[in-house]
Design a protein around this ligand. Structure first.
Ligand code: GDP
Length: 191
């Protein structure tokens, strides 16, 4: 007789400047789709998605803040009780990286002490050339280097990925990386 693996529920919030691709990353992870000129989400979107990592099953309860994080006083409502956060910036938009740094620091000051945070530089597809390699010419759209992202993540002791919601590059890896990092004490067994 075999028993199903216990499911760990994980509340996960997305934070980051408008239009960096938060909803698109969720859409890619949950339904493996991409919408080119996505209408912005109004209000907060809530989605769940199970993810099997080795012998663990994680049920992500994903809160996409849909721009409401702009209202500083509302933000703690979203990340209170969150076990995981994805802080997204757009690698072609330096201002979005500055904003991401702000969110990471705020999470460390105000969120749960054992929250798992992933810093995600999205829109990697925009810096690739026709042969799929990174365009390192002066015409490259990249405005935030991998080193800047990695250094911030190292300073803050958090995970770091560059992704493309558009072509799916590294998107599952973000959720798997978070799942691997969630402390065992967060486990519960509601399926
Ligand atoms: P949000 O406001 O952070 O939730 O951003 P959205 O997910 O609504 O995306 C904003 C815009 O960026 C939309 O037009 C998306 O189609 C586009 N977008 C999102 N992710 C990517 C990506 O990885 N690459 C490219 N090229 N465009 C993206």
């Amino acid at each position: 007789m075999s028993f199903p693996n216990p499911t760990t529920s994980v509340k996960l919030v997305l934070l980051g400047e408008a239009a960096v691709g938060k909803s698109s990353l969720v859409l890619r992870f949950v339904s493996n789709e991409f919408q080119e000129n996505k209408e912005p989400t109004i209000g907060a979107a809530f989605l769940t998605q199970k993810c099997t990592i080795g012998s663990k099953v994680i049920k992500y309860e994903i809160w996409d803040t849909a721009g409401q994080e702009r209202f500083a006083s509302l933000a703690p409502m979203y990340y209170r009780n969150a076990q995981a956060a994805i802080v997204v910036y757009d690698i072609t938009k330096p201002a979005s990286f500055i904003k991401a740094r702000h969110w990471v620091k705020e999470l460390h000051e105000q969120a749960s002490k054992d929250i798992t945070i992933a810093l995600v530089g999205n829109k990697y597809d925009l810096v690739k050339n026709d042969s799929g390699e990174e365009d390192d010419s002066e015409n490259s759209l990249r405005k935030v280097s991998i080193e800047e992202g990695q250094n911030l993540a190292d300073e803050e002791g958090i995970l770091f990925f560059e992704t493309s919601a558009k072509d799916g590059f590294n998107v599952n890896e973000v959720f798997i990386g978070i799942g691997n990092h969630i402390p065992e004490s967060n486990n519960n067994s509601n399926n």
